[in-house]
Structure formats: C-alpha cells, structure tokens
Design a protein around this ligand. Structure first.
Ligand code: G4P
Length: 285
C-alpha cells in the first residue's frame, strides 16, 4: 500500500487536478462505515466548480439508519450522494441516473447545436480500500469497450465507454487519507485503509471497543456472549479473549489474538451493520 509523504501528496494533487480538466463529474468514493474519516475535504478545493457525486460505498456493511442521516446531511448541503454496494452492483444505476440529471442541461444545449451522443465523462476518486476498483468493474459490467488514449490525458490513462452515454478514466484517482487527528487514523486503520503492518492491533481494538460500547453495546454482548460490559475496555477485550479461547500458557488471555479477532469480525461484517461516525461527530472530535 502507498505511503503518503508531503511530496507524494503534492504530486498526486497535481495529477488529479490535471485529470479533472478532462472530466464532467468526479465520483468521490467514501466508506459508509466511516463517512467522516474516509472523506478527503481537500478534494473539494481541487474540484472547484466541478460537480461531484459522493458515492457511499460498502453501504451493505453500514448501519442503514446512519446511512439515512448522512444522506440527509449531504442533501441539505446540496451535494449529490448515492448509496452503493459495489460488490453486488447495488446502487450503480443510481450513479448513472444522478450523473445524467447533473448533466442534462449541458447535454441538451450541445445537442441543440448539432452534437450527438455527447458522453458524460467520469472519474473515480477515493482513498485506498474504499472500493474504487470494485466500483469500476461494477459500472462497466459487460459493456466494456476501450476508447483509447486521448491527447492531454496523463500518460497511460485510458477512457472506457459504458453504453452510449458514459466514459470514464479507467485508472482511479487514489486520494491520500487525511491524518488530521489521532481518531481519524484509528478509523482509517479499522476499515483497512492504512497498511496493517504499521498497526498496533491491541490499541486499535481498544479504540474500536470504546466506540462500540458507546454506540452498539448489544453487539459485543451478543456476538461474544459476554455477561456484561465493563467500564474498562481492556477488561472487555480480555473477556472477549476468554470467550474465544485466546489463551496462552498459564491460562493468561492472548489479548493480541483477541484484538485481531474483533477487528476481523468488524471488517468482514460479522459484527453486523455498524457505522462508526455520524454527521454530529463533525467538529466534535
Ligand atoms: P480500492 O480500489 O478503493 O483500493 O478498493 P477495492 O475495489 O480493491 O476494494 C477493497 C475491498 O473492499 C475488496 O475486498 C472489495 O471486495 C471490498 N468491497 C468493495 N466494495 C464493497 C462493497 O460495496 N461492499 C462490500 N461488502 N465490500 C466491498 P477484499 O477483501 O480486498 O477482496 P475480496 O476478497 O472481496 O475479493
């Protein structure tokens, strides 16, 4: 996975700005479980007046009532948002519909002066692991057709046509995650957007348990068959380890093993539908 350094970010920003000149709409993919931390507000600055659609991917793993709150939050700001499950192609048609609606006036104008089949050009952007490649595959479906290199597009970029109406850059724009505070780092780590090799799983699991105790306490009680939750999250981790048989010599609990189980259960959806950040968290951490 890419490591982000300031020089690297500046270069990426330049390439994205260059590519954006050639498209009509940016599809900004975020992870529905952490809508605050997986959203890169710097993209808005690079976008300027270019329309964006926020694609709320992995909505199948998130909490549907939280999804609704986020949709209202963005709708109130006049930003288009579409919920997707790229893995199962759910919501893909809503992306096309929203894009069509956004471009309707411009296309009608062009058609009045004689253009036919003016494609709507899209680009997919997002931080690592939000599902950009999966989404591209879901959008292309079986209608994939390469359009070939176009002058002015960053070397190596290809346009792919989807039906008669859409074209998009086949290489997604990888945005750097924002590292603005410690909690954002934990959130990104939990959904796998930061290289696992760099992580302290035990510490991460404690942050996760802390949030779950606040928001979804019943999830831990039910999934790990705990009798009750402690105010001390390390004790909760130890109890989860006991229930899961994570023991080392002498009957002590292997808390690292327990931590990995908890994080893996969350990432794979085995803990059920969970959203770790709500609109009200913006500006509160
Ligand atoms: P990226 O290009 O943004 O880095 O992400 P990518 O498409 O590689 O997707 C990252 C992981 O997220 C993949 O899982 C992918 O299957 C999964 N994923 C993408 N979109 C969705 C979605 O809407 N819902 C769910 N549940 N999962 C999604 P993986 O474990 O790396 O691979 P695989 O085992 O699924 O093949």
């Amino acid at each position: 996975m890419i490591q982000w350094y300031p020089g690297h970010m500046a270069k990426t920003k330049k390439i994205i700005a260059e590519n954006l000149k050639h498209i009509d709409i940016a599809l900004h993919i975020i992870d529905a479980r952490i809508p605050k931390s997986s959203y890169n507000p710097l993209l808005e600055r690079i976008l300027g007046s270019k329309p964006q659609i926020i694609v709320f991917n992995k909505a199948d793993l998130a909490d549907s009532s939280a999804n609704k709150k986020w949709i209202m939050y963005y709708n109130d700001k006049g930003i288009n948002i579409v919920e997707t499950n790229a893995k199962n192609r759910q919501g893909i048609d809503d992306i096309f519909k929203t894009a069509r609606d956004l471009m309707r006036n411009r296309r009608e104008k062009l058609m009045r002066v004689g253009y036919v089949n003016v494609p709507i050009r899209l680009m997919i952007l997002g931080i690592p692991n939000v599902g950009k490649s999966t989404l591209i595959n879901a959008m292309v479906g079986s209608t994939k057709a390469k359009v070939g290199n176009k002058p002015g597009i960053t070397k190596g970029k290809q346009w792919i046509r989807i039906g008669d109406e859409f074209e998009y850059m086949d290489t997604p724009g990888i945005l750097w995650p924002k590292f603005e505070d410690e909690m954002t780092g934990y959130m990104l780590a939990l959904v796998g957007s930061i290289n696992d090799d760099l992580l302290d799983f035990e510490e991460l699991s404690l942050k996760f348990i802390e949030r779950i105790v606040q928001r979804y306490p019943e999830v831990l009680l039910e999934k790990y068959k705990l009798d009750r939750l402690s105010d001390d999250n390390y004790t909760n981790l130890v109890n989860i380890g006991k229930k899961r048989g994570c023991l080392i010599k002498g009957g002590e609990v292997d808390t690292l093993k327990a931590a990995k189980i908890v994080i893996d259960d969350f990432r794979s959806g085995r803990l059920g539908n969970i959203t770790l950040e709500l609109p009200e968290d913006i500006g509160h951490e």
